[in-house]
Each structure stands twice: as structure tokens, then as C-alpha cells.
Design a protein around this ligand. Sequence first.
Ligand code: COA
Ligand code: AMP
Length: 636
Amino acid sequence: MSTYRSDYRHSIAHPEAFWAAQAWRLPWITAPRRILAYDDQGHARWYVDGELNLCHAALDHHIEQGRGDQDALLWDSPVSGGKQRFSYAQLRDRVARFAGALRDLGVEKGDRVIIYLPMVPEAPIAMLACARLGAVHSVVFGGFAPRELAARIDDAEPRVVIAASCGIEVDRVLPYQPIVQAALEQSAHRPEACVIWQREPCRAELGVGDHDWAALEAAAAPAECVPVKATDPLYVLHTSGTTGKPKGVVRDTGGYGVALHYSMEAIYDMAPGEVFFSASDVGWVVGHSYIVYGPLLRGCTTLVYEGKPVRTPDAGAFWRLIAEYRVKAFFAAPTAFRALKKEDPEGAHRHEHDISSLKALFLAGERLDPPTFHWLQGMLDVPVVDHWWQTETGWPIAANPLGLEPMPAKAGSATVPVPGFDVHVLDRQGQEAPPLEQGSVMIAQPLPPGCLTGIWRDPERFQAAYMRARPGYYLTGDAGYLDHDGYLFVMGRSDDVINVAGHRLSTGEMEEVVGGHPAVAECTVIGIHDALKGQVPVGLVIPKDGFDGDEVTLERELVERVREAIGPVACLKQVLVVERLPKTRSGKILRKLLRDIADGAAFGVPSTIDDPASLVDVQEAMAARALGHADQARQQ
Ligand code: COA
Ligand code: AMP
């Protein structure tokens, strides 16, 4: 019988044998014989001579196995009043027909397609249709502004852009077409066509090059699955790095499929026919892996939810969904539960619903803070599992492997490294840190199947961002420690990436936007603690000499500028005007020190500081705004 320890040891000592044994789970067109190879940079490539189609593995295969009538996708949208249910056969038919429509627009294997859709069934349908054709999808989160969409259009160079006429944020209808139009005006690349999914609250007026999704789909013949190599890209997903330019994480096909299938069993303990609910968004990696591909590859039913944890219509939304659809495993970000706790501190709403189907709750996207962990554990009779992963890895690096061997949970820990991930904590000298000592979390190569195979069209950035810090290791960018039992505690990023309400954002990118304002001489953006969203960004700016404008107006303009450039999801709501910023003698802004001041953490005057008086300046500005303390007040 498999146990966690035997599986883990085997996966690290004999990765090739371990992953060869998992490969048969997928219905290959050509079964792989070369399980692990290395490219010329020394990066792992899995199943290099295998051929398959992931849409076939996710849909057609289950129908061939006689489960065509089983529910594949359930859609629940309190914000639009919509509900829909698709069996595997129905979903395959919609996907095949829409793939036919894309093919009619000229989309072929290897072409890129941008998908800019809210949480409607058409989002997974569009993704799977691309996979069916061997086209590479690039999904863009709906909360991003035109500039972000334009950056992704220019990077991916799509043949087609797929969008909806609008999204719905609780009770606000957000027209998407103006965003798409503005993005296309800003981008250098010109897609050949735009396909619009029309939604009732706000239909879009179609222009030249625009196509109505429903009309295209109705006129199209279903497309068959196109075989692709296991190493061919399935998708590119852009994520925030330390600079302004997002990184296009490239995911392969075969390795990803095998890894997701393994995780559905080993981590989530899911069997075919059971219902999986991930309350994320298709714009994020969690949506790709555990709303779309993971549950469907395993033959489960996936629940697609368009709404928030609260205000849709109340704080009982999650419990209602679990009860109504008999959800077995539920996955959400800790911030969603902090929002829920604020509205319903006693968890009273859960008593209004029969949630006995729920067997486990999974949390990721940011660290599960101990107070939220204890609140959930005290309220629910099921395991509460914090698990840690990244867009880059595509599936969890550390988790409580419920399907292999459930382990006792420890508050603040993502439990143990998942089989396949050789996790190390290294100190500043690159030596193995002793237990309980914090260091940089790294993964020894080879990375297991499913992890990124590169940065889209930027091999140098891939090397520089992840592979050079310590040869032979992948740099996660997270800091953390292992305890004496081998439990991993991930404490936060060691770079300029922040996590705001489970959304990954780059302070470097915000700095570029703020610094672009004509009145700003110098600026920095830091992430400070927030009781609800985990972190929120705060800007500190030094105006140019001779600036005689109104500081309040400048601050408002900067907040608006970031919202317009990055999108509402950036959540930069506070900017402070200061005279000086604390720097080292070599001119580097002391960001950590600024974060510590804002978070009220104890600090001294660092010996490296150039001008200690600058500290006083910043402290006064923060105190005047009660920065960080407003957050504490809200909590009390
Ligand atoms: N399309 C358009 N706008 C969006 C959006 C989308 N898909 N998602 C968020 N926004 C907007 C919001 O409307 C809000 O706009 P506003 O400033 O005009 O009010 C802004 O972006 C900030 O959104 P958010 O930070 O999400 O705050 P919120 O109050 O709307 O919701 C939570 C708070 C905690 C409920 C929500 O962030 C959440 O559920 N987060 C979980 C994220 C997640 O699942 N991450 C994946 C990892 S598991
Ligand atoms: P993303 O790429 O958007 O999934 O964000 C990945 C980052 O979120 C990680 O590098 C971590 O900083 C953080 N993160 C995600 N899950 C966890 C977790 N369970 N514990 C701690 N940090 C997490």
C-alpha cells in the first residue's frame, strides 16, 4: 500500500520510475517511452516521445468509458441568476463545436488564443476548445485593465481574442468590450478576429473583425482532437514578477496532465463522479488546474461559481453551494474566509445548509494565517488543508496528502513536500538551513511533471529569475523553514511580489506606473499587512523639486493611475507624500525597513542607512495616516 513516506522517497530517489508509473493514468495516443529527458539548459522535459490531446483526456475519454451522462460541469451564478448543468457528452459537444468555430477562423495547432472571460461556462469551453485544436490559450483575469491585456496580447501574439460582452461584480455590470478595444488600440499586435460571448445585462455592439460566439458555434462543424506532443505548450499564463513586465509561464501538455491526475488522487482524494469546487477564477493558475483540467482529467464534476463568498446574496454562499451540489472537496483562498468571518463570525450561515457531503477544505494562494485556520477548524468537522504552490509549479509543492496518508495539521504550515518536489531551505550562504531556521525555499532539479517549462519567448528570463540563484535548484521566491518533523512553513515572498486578496501582484510594476507621473521624482511601493486581504500595497512618493501642487490631489491621481494601468484588482488605495526615503549608502531603498515600520514591527536604525533622518520623515508620514494601525483597529 502507498504511504506518503514511501511515495515521497521513491519519487525523489527514482523520479523517472515514479513518474513512469503515473503516466498510464492518461489516455495517450502514443504512450511515452522516454519518461525524462533534459533540454540543452539542463531543465527536465517529461514524456518527450509521448503524444496525446488533453481535451480528449478530459472529456472524450470519459465518454468512451461510458460516463457521458455524468455531470462534468455545473455553473452557478447568483450575480446573473444563471444555473447550468453539462454532462460530459454535452460539454464535449459544445467544446468540439466551438473548436470547429475557432478552426473556421483559422486557428491551428500552435496558434495562441487570448481568453478574457468572466466565470461563465464558456471560459472552460474556450480553454478546452483550444486544447482540442492544439492551440495555446492565454487566459487573462477580468480584473486587469486594458494595459495589462495589451501587454499579454503583445507577448502572446494571438490569432484570435475571445471575450464576453460583460462581467458582473456582485451588483455592478462591467462592460468588457471597451476594455478589449482599448487594449487593442494599445497593443502592437493585431489579432485576426475577436469572438464575443454576448451576455444579457450588457450586449456588445460588434464591429469589423468581431464575431458573435453563438452564431459562429451554431454554424460550425465539430472539430476532432488534434494529437500534440507531450512537450508541446498547452497554455501560457502570465504572472507578476519583480519587474513591470509580466512573465508568461509556459505549461506543457503531458507532464501537466499526469501531475494533475496524480494530485487529484494523492492530495485531494477525489474519485470519478465526485464533485470538486474551487472558488477561484479561470484567470489564475488555480482556475486552470483545479476548475478546469484537474477535476475533468479525473472524471469528477467541477463546479464553476460566478460570485463572491459574501454579498451573493449573503455570507452563506459557499455553504449553499456545497449543500446544493454535494461538494466533496472545496478549495478557496484564506482571504475569502476572512471576508466570510467578518460578516458571519460565528459561522451561523452554515447551519442553514446540509454540508455533510464536504470531506475536506483546501486553502492556498497565500499563507493560511493561524487565526483563520483555527476559526475554520473549530467550525468544520473536516480536515482544513493549507497547501502551497505557485503559478510556476501548476500544482501543490507542499500539502497534506489526504489521498495517500492524512497527516496531523499544524497551524501555519502547508504540511509536507508533495512527492516529486525535492524541497530545501537554504541559508544566505547556500547551505541547508537547520530545522526552524528561516531561509530561501528552493526545489532541487528535476522539477516534477506539470511545472513550468520556460517563460514564453524569454529563455534568458527563465534562467535569470529561477535557475541562477543556485545551480541545480529552482528558486521559489518564498522564504520559510522546515520543522523537526519535516513540516514546511512558508512565511512570505523574499522578492517584490505581493499577495493581495489571493491575487499575485508586483510592487515593481506599480512603482513603474507611479514613477511615470510627471510630478513624481522618486517612489516605492510596499506591501503592508491587511487583516482582510492579507497584504495591500502602499505607495511612498517624493515629488519633483518645485512641485507646488496639492498633495491630496497628487495622491488621488496616483491611485487612479494605478487602477487605470493595472486594474481595480491592484488595490492601491494609499499613497503618502514624503520628503525623503530611507536608503542604503549605495542608494537602494530600504523596503523591508519601510514594511516593518508600517506593520508596527520592532526595528532599529540599520547600520547600512545613509540618512537616519529619512526614517523619522517616513515614520511621521505613516503615523499621520495611521498606516497599518487602521488595519488593527478594524480587526478589534
Ligand atoms: N473582474 C473585474 N473586476 C474585478 C474582478 C474581476 N474578475 N475581481 C475583482 N475585481 C475588482 C473588484 O470589483 C474590486 O473593485 P473596486 O475597487 O471597484 O471595488 C477590486 O477589483 C478589488 O477586488 P478584490 O480585492 O477581490 O476585493 P473584493 O472586495 O471584491 O473581494 C474577496 C474580496 C476576498 C472576497 C475576493 O478577493 C476573493 O474571493 N479572493 C480570492 C481570490 C482567489 O480565489 N485567488 C486564487 C487563489 S486560490
Ligand atoms: P500564485 O502564483 O498567484 O499562485 O502565487 C504564488 C505565491 O502565493 C507563492 O509564491 C506564495 O508566496 C503564495 N502562496 C500561495 N499559497 C501559499 C500557501 N499555502 N502558503 C504560503 N504562501 C502561499
